[in-house]
Each structure stands twice: as structure tokens, then as C-alpha cells.
Design a protein around this ligand. Structure first.
Ligand SMILES: *Cc1c(COP(=O)(O)O)cnc(C)c1O
Length: 410
């Protein structure tokens, strides 16, 4: 007898999806509103159980940076897995060292700590802030309203959205929220207990809202003046998605003083592993040795397998000049969306590169299934927005395909 799960893979029948959903109903915690049952992906496309093809511009929520089933990722997975999948952090392993070196070269002088997810990377930032501020009694982290920093207890305390905190009180103390892109509000919030300010370069869950150059430069000046840390959550907007390694580089390009901007700590995850789970925290030089043995750790962080894959993802991005492609296709997508801006249900377009959103008068929770029905996967976001987080090797043709579907549906 074929099991139900095998049936989904082998039979590829429409009723396989129904069977799968039955298993979920019985056995999987219903913490997600799920829609399609996907079985396979290749490049920018995925297929469901009925064989229907979708253009995947959600990218596993900003994860599949090279699309699906990329041959370089497959061969690296195979090669590294046959050599060494996991060793503990009690030992040295080569891919971890090489990936750390690469991330430092791409970011700035400092060191890297590896973990497994975005929330976990942010946890390291909160701990860094507390550890640095400890002897002065500083522990508070200022974050922004509508930010998103993950689902751990500190993550929901840090996140500036009521809906993620609700019913999980008492919340972890030491987090306060101020309006985004409002420098005066940040300054006013700094007090004797403040250890750090944490912002996203682009609020992702909040509706694809980029920071302004003045905000970022102002925060850097402010945090220096008060002797506190400037931390950036680059989990969604980072790792080349903006058309630069970090979104602040894109925001500050051609801006006086922009080239010298560097925060004190940066969290990364999502696109870094191209689909393989990995998180990383870059810590700037002045604080790079704050975490000594016993102060922070992880079992899985920085495994040879995860690091080898992330290194290969970076090498493909560099080899195939995908940063140029991100910029080109991002411009094309934005121009195409702006062309729709006369339409009744259309409000505005935001973002750049491979992180673009448009605000609409249709509820995104209704609009995204309609777009999926026409063969386009995108992701609802805050502020009544729909997000495009395409793979970095998306083609102009695929951008046009997405635009045609959006035009048809709205
Ligand atoms: C997704 C996300 C996180 C959480 O990452 P996980 O890997 O889901 O823990 C944190 N910050 C931002 C900005 C994110 O987009």
C-alpha cells in the first residue's frame, strides 16, 4: 500500500491535496493559514499536486534567493553532506571560517556568530546589547512600530506589533517602540537604561517601508553620541536583496556620508542559505569579542553543511552578477507596477531590487489567493500591501508574466 504522503508525490492527483490537508488537520499545529499543496520547484516556478504551475515571487518568504532546485546548491549539498554534515562548535570547521571571512569582507571589520534562524540571530543582538550595557545598567532596546523581529519571547517583545504579543503576556521587559523613520522620536526615547536601537533597513512584514537616508545617518550619529549600539535586522531586506549586500548601502548610495555608515551589529538569515536554514550575526569590531566561551552558544549554528551552502549561494551571486540582475528586474517590476497606479484598487509602490511591495485597496488576504489562482505567488504584508520577494535570478520575462497577472486581477 502506498502511504498518503507517497501518494502526493507519486500520484500527483488533485485529491492528493485533500489527503494532505487531512493529515495537516489531524497532526500539524494550525499556526498557519495554508493554501496550496506544493510538490516540486524549478527555477522561479513551483508546481502543486494537480500539476498547476506557479511563478514564485514569494520565494519561501525571502528565502529562495536562487529559486528552486538550483544545480549549484544541489551539488554543494551532496558534496558537503558526503564529507561532513555536522560537527559541534567545540571544533573548527572550514566552511564556517570561510563564510565568516566572506561575510566580514562584504560588511565591514568585525566577526560573525552563526545560528539557525532570524529570530535566533536577533536574540544574539539583544544579548550583545545587554552584555555591552550591563555594567552601566543599560538593557533597554528601542525598536520601531510595525517592525518584525521574530517569534521567540524576546522576538515578540521586540516586535512593534500588538498582534504578535497578544495573549503571551507578561512580555519580556526591556523593549520599547517608537515610530519608524522618526529621528526625533528615537532621540526622545533614549534614556539612562537604553542599550541599543534596533531597526530594519526596510520594514518587511510592516509593508515594505524603506528607512530614509536621513533616518539611518541620524540614528548612527545619535547612538554614537549616547554611547549605545545601533543594531540592524537585515533578516528580510539584507543579503543582496536590495541590490547591495545590505539594504542600508542601497538607501545611502550617492548620499553624502553614506559610504562610511556601519551599524554595530547586523542579523541575517532567510536568503543566506538559499533555502537551507542558517542565521548569522555580524558584530562590529569594537564589540567583536564580547561573547566569550560560556556567554552564548548553539548546537546547530554554523554547521559545515549550512555554511558550505551559504558560501556557494554567495559565489553564484558573484559569478552570475546577480546583483545587477536584481537591480534591473527590480526597476522593471517597480516601473510596471507604477503603470498600474491609475487603477482604482491600486494605492502605491515601495521598495527596490528584490524587495518590492504595492499597497492596494483590496484586502491582501483576499488578493493573494486570487493572484495564486492565476498562477502568481506573492505574500501579504502589513499596511494593506502585497510583497514580491523574487529569486535573484528572475528574468525580465518572468517579471512581465507577474505584471500581466497583477494587471488582470486588480
Ligand atoms: C522573518 C524575519 C525574522 C524572523 O526570522 P525567522 O527565521 O522566522 O526566525 C526576523 N526579522 C525579520 C525582519 C524578518 O523578516
Amino acid at each position: 500500500m502506498v502511504s498518503q504522503v507517497e501518494c502526493v508525490v507519486e500520484c500527483s492527483k488533485a485529491d492528493a491535496a485533500v489527503e494532505m490537508q487531512g493529515l495537516y488537520e489531524k497532526f500539524v499545529v494550525p499556526s498557519y493559514r495554508r493554501t496550496l499543496t506544493l510538490t516540486r520547484g524549478e527555477g522561479s516556478y513551483v508546481w502543486d499536486t494537480s500539476g498547476k504551475r506557479y511563478l514564485d515571487m514569494g520565494g519561501g518568504i525571502a528565502v529562495n534567493s536562487l529559486g528552486h532546485a538550483h544545480p549549484a546548491i544541489l551539488s554543494t549539498l551532496q558534496k558537503q553532506a558526503s564529507r561532513l554534515i555536522h560537527v559541534s562548535n567545540l571544533y573548527y570547521n572550514e566552511p564556517q571560517a570561510l563564510l565568516a571571512k566572506k561575510l566580514v569582507e562584504l560588511t565591514g571589520p568585525g566577526k560573525v556568530f552563526f545560528c539557525n534562524s532570524g529570530a535566533e540571530a536577533n536574540e544574539a543582538l539583544y544579548k550583545l546589547a545587554r552584555r555591552v550595557g550591563h555594567d552601566q545598567g543599560r538593557y533597554e532596546v528601542i525598536t520601531t512600530i510595525n517592525s518584525f523581529h521574530g517569534r521567540t519571547l524576546a522576538g515578540i517583545a521586540a516586535t512593534g506589533q500588538e498582534k504578535v504579543k497578544k495573549s503571551f503576556e507578561p512580555l519580556m521587559p526591556g523593549f520599547i517602540h517608537v515610530p519608524y523613520n522618526d529621528l526625533a522620536a528615537a532621540e526622545k526615547a533614549i534614556g539612562p537604561k537604553t542599550a541599543a536601537i534596533l531597526v530594519e533597513g526596510v520594514q518587511g512584514e510592516g509593508g515594505i517601508i524603506p528607512a530614509t537616508p536621513e533616518y539611518l545617518l541620524g540614528l548612527r550619529e545619535l547612538t554614537r553620541k549616547h554611547g549605545i549600539l545601533l543594531l540592524m535586522d537585515s533578516v528580510q531586506c539584507g543579503f543582496f536583496r536590495s541590490g547591495y549586500f545590505q539594504s542600508y548601502e542601497r538607501i545611502l548610495e550617492n548620499h553624502p556620508g553614506g559610504k562610511d555608515f556601519l551599524p554595530d551589529g547586523i542579523s541575517m538569515a532567510k536568503a543566506l542559505g538559499g533555502g537551507f536554514p542558517i542565521g548569522a550575526v555580524w558584530i562590529g569590531q569594537p564589540y567583536q569579542d564580547v561573547f566569550q566561551p560560556g556567554s552564548h552558544g548553539t548546537t546547530f549554528g554554523g554547521t559545515p553543511l549550512a555554511c558550505a551552502v551559504a558560501l556557494e549561494v554567495i559565489s553564484v551571486i558573484e559569478r552570475e552578477k546577480l546583483v545587477d540582475n536584481i537591480r534591473r528586474q527590480g526597476d522593471r517590476l517597480i516601473a510596471g507596477l507604477k503603470n498600474l497606479s491609475g487603477r482604482e484598487n491600486f494605492v502605491s509602490v515601495r521598495g527596490f531590487g528584490a524587495i518590492v511591495g504595492f499597497q492596494t485597496k483590496i484586502d491582501p488576504l483576499i488578493l493573494t489567493p486570487q493572484l495564486a489562482g492565476e498562477g502568481l505567488l506573492v505574500i501579504p504584508s502589513g499596511n494593506n500591501s502585497v510583497r514580491f520577494l523574487p529569486p535573484y535570478n528572475i528574468t525580465a520575462q518572468q517579471i512581465d508574466e507577474a505584471l500581466a497577472i497583477v494587471q488582470k486581477v486588480i
